[in-house]
Design a protein around this ligand. Structure first.
Ligand code: TRP
Length: 287
């Protein structure tokens, strides 16, 4: 039997490379080998954006466009849900085995596991204990190199950024300050440009050679950044093109969201019924 994935994002803005490194890429990779549920957590977004409901509504569309543009398939997996419940409920309702998320979400998944273990101990094995699936480079630093990539810190590269904007942001990236001249040996560890290359350069062997040459001296920061710009263009050009196409038909996106929500609701409703029965709280089933 195929294992189940459930994951999602709060719709607080369009998605960026940090989301891509943290979880989007994993979802696209695993979506056909797993029964996949992806949710846009609108109610959870209200917990810290309660004063801006219109913004959340608008960002549901932004996130949906990013999902489709990166290649999440709304047909073969169960579709996207705008499913307004909080995290442990999200995960358990779908009996997810695997939750692809960035490192910052691991405590949420652990808490969910604890809740599941306790529930199952008391009421019998009904719910599934989930496991977080965190990629190696899941906490992508922002272009300032300091903190995590985030929209609010203004250090993000968005999946929808135009090529010139991406180029400009990469050129502004922080590198090794002691690497002033091309001949100077450079520091690879902690160098944001290399962190991004580790996350996104598909040519692993080539990257190892580049690191070697950078350490020895002889590779300038501009050359290095041009390489990262090429890598990011390769990743983002098809995503950007799909997003532009999809954005011309918002009514189709809304239909995908609506159908996904309906399918998700049916799955969740099953689990809720099972859980209520196990808890002897299924009053509506009484004769
Ligand atoms: N908390 C996640 C975020 O901040 C969004 C989310 C809601 C989620 N429910 C989930 C992630 C269930 C994984 C599984 O982006």
């Amino acid at each position: 039997m195929r294992r189940t994935i459930l994951t999602g994002d709060r719709p607080t803005g369009p998605l960026h490379l940090g989301h891509y490194a943290g979880s989007l890429a994993t979802r696209v990779e695993l979506q056909h080998s797993h029964a996949t549920y992806v949710l846009i957590a609108d109610l959870q977004a209200l917990t810290d954006h309660a004063d801006r409901p219109e913004e959340i509504r608008h960002n549901v569309m932004e996130v949906a466009l990013d999902y489709l543009a990166v290649g999440i398939d709304p047909d073969i997996p169960a579709g996207f849900l705008v499913y307004p419940v909080s995290q442990a409920a999200d995960i358990t309702a779908f009996k997810a085995h695997v939750v692809p998320v960035g490192a910052d979400q691991v405590p949420m998944i652990e808490q969910t596991s604890e809740i599941v273990r306790r529930f199952n101990r008391i009421y019998g094995s009904i719910l599934v204990e989930p496991e977080a699936l965190v990629p190696k480079i899941s906490r992508l630093p922002g272009i300032d190199g300091r903190s995590k990539m985030s929209k609010s810190l203004g250090n993000a590269i968005f999946l929808s950024d135009l090529p010139d904007v991406v180029t400009d942001k990469v050129m502004r990236m922080y590198t090794d300050p002691r690497h002033a001249r091309v001949e100077d040996p450079g520091e690879v560890e902690g160098n944001v440009v290399f962190t991004y290359l580790d996350a996104f350069d598909p040519d692993h062997a080539g990257l190892e050679t580049l690191k070697q040459r950078y350490r020895e001296g002889g590779v300038g920061d501009v050359t290095l950044k041009h390489h990262l710009i090429d890598v990011l263009h390769g990743l983002l050009a098809p995503i950007r093109a799909r997003r532009q196409d999809l954005g011309r038909h918002p009514e189709q996106i809304l239909r995908i969201l609506k159908e996904g929500t309906e399918r998700g609701r049916a799955v969740a409703q099953n689990t809720v019924s099972e859980a209520r029965r196990a808890m002897h709280l299924d009053y509506h089933m009484l004769p």
